[in-house]
Design a protein around this ligand. Structure first.
Ligand code: CDP
Length: 222
């Protein structure tokens, strides 16, 4: 197989990570969940009592941060200053903090450098908000996944309940709305569909249907 990079962007709960994992397993290529990096930055800020919207303090904080992604056991693990934080970064507080730190250019530049280094010279499927527009603009396949706010809320709620998290539908909806607005309105690399991306509205589609559709595009490319 020749080298291929696949960019999957879209708002929270559209199904990006489920589909990206499927593609990575089917093609045997690396999957990078870029959101986990912004989450790790937010976790560090919260732990150190730094306001996640304070540009100056956040710029300083990311200067000395060590974020490492480990793929050795077939799944992505995220290390913050050598501690495995893969589960700790999934709380509602960290989700909101991630969306805040992601508006800060100094934070983004550092994360994007890491993301491009991981993609260098190999096949990857990467999911996020700005992969097709900014991180890997030359990706062979660009997908923009969407779904209605109600459906995305329902999916995220089910996912969190299944992990034993104590959340209400209303809280989940508010969290998603906050991030949608923040992510789409920031100046630097906002959540946006690349001009050459294929948009798929997954509101009424099963995971299998979405996966089949995207695999169809990939097979045509190869
Ligand atoms: O999985 P979910 O869609 O809930 O979020 P995520 O992909 O883990 O991303 C968490 C937050 O990081 C998002 O709300 C964005 O603000 C930010 N993010 C970003 O700005 N750019 C990316 N490439 C990935 C995530």
């Amino acid at each position: 197989m020749r080298r291929i990079t696949i960019a999957i962007d879209g708002p929270a709960g559209a199904g990006k990570s489920t589909i990206a994992k499927y593609i990575s397993q089917t093609l045997g290529i690396t999957y990078l969940d870029t959101g986990a990096m912004y989450r790790a930055v937010a976790l560090k800020a919260i732990r150190e009592g730094v306001d996640t919207r304070d540009r100056e303090k956040m710029a300083l904080l990311v200067k000395n941060i060590c974020i490492r992604i480990d793929f050795s056991e077939g799944e992505q693990r995220v290390f913050l200053d050598n501690e495995d934080v893969s589960e700790k970064i999934r709380s509602a507080q960290v989700s909101q903090g991630a969306s805040d730190v992601a508006t800060i250019p100094e934070v983004r530049l550092k994360m994007v450098e890491l993301q491009r280094a991981i993609a260098k010279g190999k096949s990857v499927v990467m999911d996020g908000r700005d992969i097709g527009t900014y991180v890997l603009p030359d990706s062979e396949i660009k997908i923009f996944l969407t779904a209605s706010l109600e459906e995305r809320t329902r999916r995220r709620y089910m996912e969190q309940v299944s992990k034993g998290m104590d959340v209400s539908l209303d809280e989940v909806r508010k969290g998603i709305e906050y991030r949608d607005k923040n992510d789409s309105s920031r100046d630097f690399a906002p959540l946006a569909k690349a001009r050459d991306a294929i948009e798929i509205d997954t509101t009424h589609m099963t995971v299998e249907e979405v996966a089949r559709k995207i695999m169809g595009f990939i097979e045509r490319f190869q």
